[in-house]
Design a protein around this ligand. Structure first.
Ligand code: CIR
Length: 240
């Protein structure tokens, strides 16, 4: 994973640190009340730790996606046996590309962001499948500068979005209460709500203080090294 894709120069991730961050993440998920199925590493796919991108899962079924980065095409085939173990219904998009990081499930609809990784054709194909699973899909333009839609925003309860200043000015989330991360803490906008816990980057202390005072039950996790390959806390798991 030290060869994972990243949009910017600067120091890359160190294997031991990512391993420690991943281990702490796994423990936080368990403490939030879920059981884990931890997959074997795929040495040929440096970004495969980010299992959120090649598939989407709902209690009604799973959808295999088609990642938009050439080095990630093929991750889904490795995920398929695990997905088939857990889900009777497994569908797959049949056109274009889509990454799970561009898909935000909200109470009333599933938002699909168009990005360098999710094409119009992929988004339309996915929207069709979502409708077969009983979900309403909405295709949107993510906030500028974000790798994925969820790089810039997280649903932290049924009516609240944690987002960046760009995310708020995009207007995409105007139907929610919006909490904007503090300047310099933008990477923390990719957080993860599990049951009544909110996993948040420990590198965002000012945002954490505000969320804490609003009553969110926080699990703070170091994200220094996974952030170096453009990832955050939602990316490292598929939840159902
Ligand atoms: C990539 O560029 O694909 C990885 N380095 C980061 C993927 C992050 N995934 C996500 O936000 N869902």
């Amino acid at each position: 994973m030290v060869e994972g894709l990243r949009a910017h120069d600067g120091p890359g991730p160190a294997y031991e640190h990512v391993a420690a961050e991943h281990e702490a993440y796994a423990r936080a998920l368990e403490q939030a009340g879920v059981s884990l199925d931890i997959l074997e590493p795929l040495e040929d796919f440096p970004d495969s730790i980010f299992v959120e991108d090649p598939a989407l899962v709902f209690s009604e079924g799973a959808i295999l996606l088609n990642p938009g980065a050439a080095s990630r095409v093929g991750e889904g085939e490795h995920l398929l046996p695990v997905v088939e173990k857990h889900f009777e219904t497994v569908m797959r998009i049949d056109h274009g590309h889509a990454d799970g990081g561009d898909v935000m499930v909200t109470p009333d609809l599933v938002m699909i962001g168009l990005s360098a990784r999710t094409s119009e054709a992929g988004a339309r194909s996915l929207a069709n499948l979502l409708e077969q699973l009983g979900h309403t899909a909405q295709i949107v333009q993510p906030p500028r500068g974000a790798l994925h839609l969820k790089t810039a925003a997280t649903l932290i309860d049924e009516e609240t979005i944690l987002t960046t200043a760009e995310g708020r000015s995009s207007g995409l989330f105007s139907r929610f209460r919006q909490i904007v991360v503090d300047p310099g803490e933008e990477a923390a906008a990719n957080a993860l709500r599990i049951n009544d816990s909110l996993l948040l980057s420990a590198n965002a202390p000012r945002t954490a203080d505000r969320l804490d005072s609003l009553g969110y039950r926080l699990a703070l996790l170091d994200t220094t090294h996974i952030n170096r390959i453009d990832a955050g806390l939602s990316c490292m798991s598929l939840r159902w």
